[in-house]
Design a protein around this ligand. Structure first.
Ligand SMILES: [Zn+2]
Ligand SMILES: [Zn+2]
Length: 256
């Protein structure tokens, strides 16, 4: 199995050294792709970006069949061209495209929710994801479709497919038609309600012609590298989706 979403100390919110990740790999039958944050424009001081040259200088020696080198790009319209250059001009194995900023605000923070009810906050989020996935035609995978459900400032943060199906369907169709993958982000999968609702979204992905998925724990600590991976496997088996990882920007299928 491959965990295709693991952060290390090149991410501003992560202190885990790559050696800690390697220790986990050596103990378990697991591969990982390192995906450090590249969120251009998020912070004026350059946090959540990293020096790509330095990343490869430091990590190339660790790259092997079970440890691959990727990047998590925060998709924004303003930085599309710069992100494209980064993605295409460096020898990444994998480019994960994620939405962290919605019209200038990260749903992680209170400011995003000011003056919005849940419907407004979530629709704006999905619309922005849709606009970005349309133009980010160089990514391998769409990351954590449920990012906002981690942080929403509402009693019930959950994403119910039926409530946002017009937006979600459009997003899933683009991913399916482009034959890229969607990530099963394991962060919330221990929660039964989250599992059920994400199951409905991935089921719809399959119905719309989607085939391939990556599994990603989005871990920032060694202890989380394996978090809920089995739940993702169960979902993949039940939905008869195909798990992949990426090497040299090519999807590699594997059996589970
Ligand atoms: Zn992310
Ligand atoms: Zn991440």
């Amino acid at each position: 199995m491959f965990n295709c979403h693991v952060h290390t100390s090149f991410s501003s919110d992560c202190n885990m050294g790559i050696n800690e990740a390697i220790e986990v790999l050596n103990e378990k039958k697991l591969g990982v792709i390192i995906t450090d944050h590249m969120d251009l424009g998020l912070c004026e001081d350059g946090r959540f970006t990293f020096d790509v040259k330095e990343y490869f200088n430091e990590y190339e020696k660790y790259r092997n069949d079970r440890l691959l080198l990727g990047i998590e790009i925060g998709m924004t319209k303003d930085y599309k061209n710069e992100n494209k250059k980064i993605a295409l001009n460096s020898p990444f194995d994998y480019v994960l495209g994620s939405l962290h900023v919605v019209n200038g605000f990260d749903p992680f923070y209170d400011e995003y929710y000011v003056g919005k009810n849940k419907k407004e906050a979530y629709e704006e989020y999905f619309l922005c994801m849709l606009e970005n996935i349309k133009i980010y035609d160089f990514i391998d995978c769409l990351g954590h479709i449920d990012y906002i459900a981690r942080y929403g400032r509402f009693e019930d943060k959950e994403i119910y497919y039926d409530d946002y199906k017009d937006f979600i369907d459009e997003i899933l169709k683009i991913v399916a038609q482009r034959d890229i993958s969607i990530e099963i982000n394991t962060r919330r999968l221990e929660d039964k309600v989250a599992y059920e609702n994400l199951y409905n979204i991935y089921k719809r992905f399959k119905e719309l012609g989607g085939k391939i998925v990556t599994i990603g724990s989005d871990s920032h600590k060694a202890i989380d590298i394996e978090k809920n991976l089995n739940e993702a496997l169960k979902m993949i088996k039940d939905l008869k989706l195909t798990p992949v990882y990426y090497k040299n920007r090519k999807a590699v299928e594997y059996s589970i």
